[in-house]
Design a protein around this ligand. Structure first.
Ligand code: ZN
Length: 411
């Protein structure tokens, strides 16, 4: 094969191969490239200024995509320019986006592989260290984030994710219309959300926000009232049912301690069953729950109340919704279910925000889905120390999913 053929196979725009080396035993291919005649415009990597003259030249070796079974490296002849602003600086080359010894398309292949497999597996596949793959994936995501368009924020979701004993809570701001997480903040204080409004949105962007879906968490409400007073706060189904689930669990635990002996075994470990909706349980699981209910009417009552509360969001008119909530609270009388009484007080304290569901249409289930995606990423990645990496990963996941749905609709 002649060097001109290697130039065509390599396909680096503006560059030609002038030497090659094949090692059959090691299965490696090495190509030496330099600029084609006529490709003489040099760009300063510091500021983007154009130069006709080079200061000096040097060589850099990067790994590129493999050629059949041969691991391929490219040795590039590069120039430095003498820039009045940056001093002596290396030129900017589109195929070499970072200082790391990899070509852009190689990094893209690795980043794409990381979208559907764990870092460890990708590292094994490409014969790289896991830390190298992680760094490459992060650069790939950053480049993607730089060029994509960002839709405006009109409906936002604010949620918190529990990360564990050490890192505690992560506040997640979501664009409800695109289903994309926008920002992560440490902890879940008023100051946390303040930081998002203050540093990441302009006054104009804040004024465009119409609705916010949040948990009944006072610090978030205060922050919303301060920064986006025109925005309607909607307490959504997902969060309220989370509280209802916790109330049922409190009843279960109280009964666990109240009853002794055999009854304890029935109550023990039923937390998950009680949190799951009846419709999502198979026959075996329903039988287990029924055995528990036969023994303890209080747990049965609490479970039924949780189930019936979810019907609150079937109502479109606020009058009907309010009547349903009132009758739900009436059922609590004489039941001696303290945790659910506490929940009822909480609902009455946040009544406006609950009824706002009828006044402002916000997509339900988005917060839940984003929440689930982030948790899945955390499980797969085993601890993201870099929160920006986790955010970019979740954004990319949301974007590719939307693309997938759009493709399905077109088909
Ligand atoms: Zn410069």
């Amino acid at each position: 094969m002649r060097e001109t053929d290697w130039t065509r196979v390599l396909g680096w725009p503006g560059y030609r191969v002038y030497q090659h080396e094949i090692n059959e035993a090691a299965k490696t291919l090495k190509l030496w490239v330099r600029r084609k005649r006529g490709n003489r415009k040099l760009v300063c990597s510091g500021c983007g200024r154009k130069f006709a003259e080079a200061y000096d030249s040097y060589e850099r070796e990067v790994r590129d995509l493999p050629c059949f079974e041969f691991r391929t490296t490219v040795v590039v002849e590069l120039y430095r320019v003498r820039c009045p602003d940056c001093g002596v600086k290396s030129e900017q080359v589109p195929q070499l986006p970072s200082k790391a010894p990899f070509s852009k398309r190689f990094e893209e292949a690795v980043g794409m592989a990381c979208e559907s497999a764990s870092v460890r597996r990708v590292a094994g596949q490409f014969g790289l260290a896991a830390s190298t793959v992680r760094a490459m994936d992060l650069r790939y995501l950053k480049r993607w984030a730089q060029v994509r368009r960002r839709p405006g924020l009109r409906q936002m979701g604010v949620d918190e994710i529990y990360l564990g004993k050490k890192q505690k809570f992560l506040t997640v701001v979501t664009n409800l219309e695109t289903g994309e997480p926008l920002w992560f903040g440490q902890e879940r204080k008023k100051e946390t959300l303040d930081e998002f409004f203050e540093q990441h949105l302009s006054a104009f962007q804040r004024s465009a926000i119409r609705a916010a879906c949040v948990d009944m968490w006072e610090p978030f409400r205060q922050s919303l009232e301060q920064w986006v007073p025109q925005c309607r706060i909607v307490y959504d189904k997902f969060h309220i049912l989370q509280h209802a689930g916790q109330a049922v669990d409190e009843v279960r635990r109280a009964e666990f301690f109240r009853k002794g002996g055999a009854a304890r075994d029935l109550v023990r470990g039923k937390r998950w069953l009680l949190l799951t909706s009846w419709l999502n349980l198979d026959r075996g699981k329903r039988r287990q729950l029924n055995a528990l209910f036969a023994l303890n009417r209080r747990i049965l009552k609490a479970y039924l109340l949780k189930e019936s509360l979810s019907q609150l969001w079937n109502y479109i008119y606020e009058g009907a919704m309010l009547r349903y909530l009132q009758s739900w609270i009436d059922q609590l009388r004489w039941q001696r279910l303290k945790p659910l009484e506490k929940l009822a007080h909480m609902l009455l304290d946040h009544l406006e925000g609950i009824l706002n569901y009828c006044r402002t249409k916000v997509p339900m289930g988005v917060i839940e889905a984003v929440n689930g995606n982030i948790k899945a990423l955390l499980r797969r990645g085993r601890g993201y120390r870099n929160m920006n990496y986790l955010l970019l990963k979740a954004q990319r996941l949301a974007a590719t999913k939307t693309q997938f749905i759009a493709l399905q609709k077109a088909a």
